[in-house]
Design a protein around this ligand. Structure first.
Ligand SMILES: Nc1ncnc2c1ncn2[C@@H]1O[C@H](COP(=O)(O)OP(=O)(O)OP(=O)(O)O)[C@@H](O)[C@H]1O
Length: 300
């Protein structure tokens, strides 16, 4: 195992940031920690990268204990914190040089590992890091986290605030790094990114709701789910919420995802009900559950 987490808990005064968290990550696995703001993702990353002590439980990274072997862990992992952590006043190249030096290596020595990513920011190598776009900053931060050839990479919300094209590119890079046998633990609040991981842990209020492959998690969704749309989204949601057979309803892009309490759902009856609420252009179609649907159901 690359990462073992056993019964980890952490509180800040009255806030239970992590409650009895356990999971394992295999060598070379791309494992996602998926949860909304405040779920406890950063706290978990800080414990695993030896920057914070847990109140209870044990964790190892590459076989090293996060408390007693912290020095070995610090040498062998890469950590990209959620907030931009690089030196804004240093240039792209100077930042990279700096991180290589503190880990006792050089850019040349491990250039192969970062090459794919670095070529994209190389044209801006003399630009100060503070003047880069969001996507470029993420690429530089990833290069800096990789420059000492870590065995395990911790990426805390690496794509938050990054445009959709750069997000997609970023995940393609992670897939390539994975082929180099680097274990990757990545957190994200974006449910679409969860589908790109080998396995995911859904986390909310410091507790793990479920751990499995994205495909298996979606298959566990317990009910048929329907895309519903109408001329007025706000009124549609309010009307569905007031419907006597509603199990769940929430907005999903241009639709509303609706599930019904009954085993036998009646679309005609629902349409008539919505028409009685003065809605028009009503469409009701069966759809497949996503990770977001599963999360919402488990988090209820
Ligand atoms: N130093 C602290 N003192 C008090 N409460 C804290 C501290 N750090 C985090 N918390 C609280 O602990 C909980 C978990 O926070 P954490 O930052 O780990 O979550 P997160 O999933 O990373 O969310 P975010 O993306 O918003 O940072 C939240 O309720 C947060 O307000």
């Amino acid at each position: 195992m690359s990462i073992c987490v056993a019964n980890i808990s952490k509180s800040y005064k009255n806030v239970k940031a992590l409650q009895d968290i356990s999971f394992n990550v295999k060598v070379g696995e791309l494992f996602g920690i998926i949860g909304p703001d405040g779920a406890g993702k950063t706290t978990l990353f800080r414990i695993l990268t030896t920057l914070l002590f847990a109140d209870n439980g044990r964790a190892t990274v590459s076989g090293w204990d996060v408390v007693s072997d912290y020095k070995n862990i610090r040498k062998s992992v890469g950590y990209m914190p959620g907030r931009f952590s690089l030196y804004q006043d240093l240039t792209v190249e100077e930042n990279l040089q700096f991180f290589a030096t503190i880990f006792g290596t050089t850019i040349e020595e491990n250039y192969d590992l970062i090459k794919d990513i670095y070529v994209q920011i190389e044209p801006f190598k003399d630009r100060r890091a503070g003047k880069l776009s969001g996507g470029m900053k993420q690429k530089l931060a990833l290069c800096c986290a990789l420059i000492h050839k870590p065995k395990v990479l911790f990426l805390d919300e690496p794509t938050t605030g990054v445009d959709p094209v750069s997000r997609k590119e970023f995940w393609e890079m992670l897939k390539r790094l994975q082929q180099k046998n680097i274990t990757i633990l990545v957190s994200t609040p974006y449910m679409d990114e969860a589908a790109l991981c080998d396995r995911i842990a859904l986390i909310q209020d410091g507790k793990i709701l479920e751990i499995d492959t994205p495909e298996a998690i979606v298959k566990h969704y317990p009910k048929p789910i329907y895309n519903v749309s109408a001329n007025n989204m706000y009124k549609l949601i309010n009307s569905l919420n007031a419907y006597q057979y509603i199990h769940s309803v929430y907005p999903f892009g241009e639709f509303v995802h609706y599930t019904d309490k009954r085993a036998e759902f009646n679309a005609v009856e629902l349409k008539l009900y919505l028409e009685s609420k003065n809605l028009s252009n009503i469409r009701i179609e069966k759809t497949v559950a996503t990770i977001e649907d599963t999360f919402m159901e488990l988090a209820k």
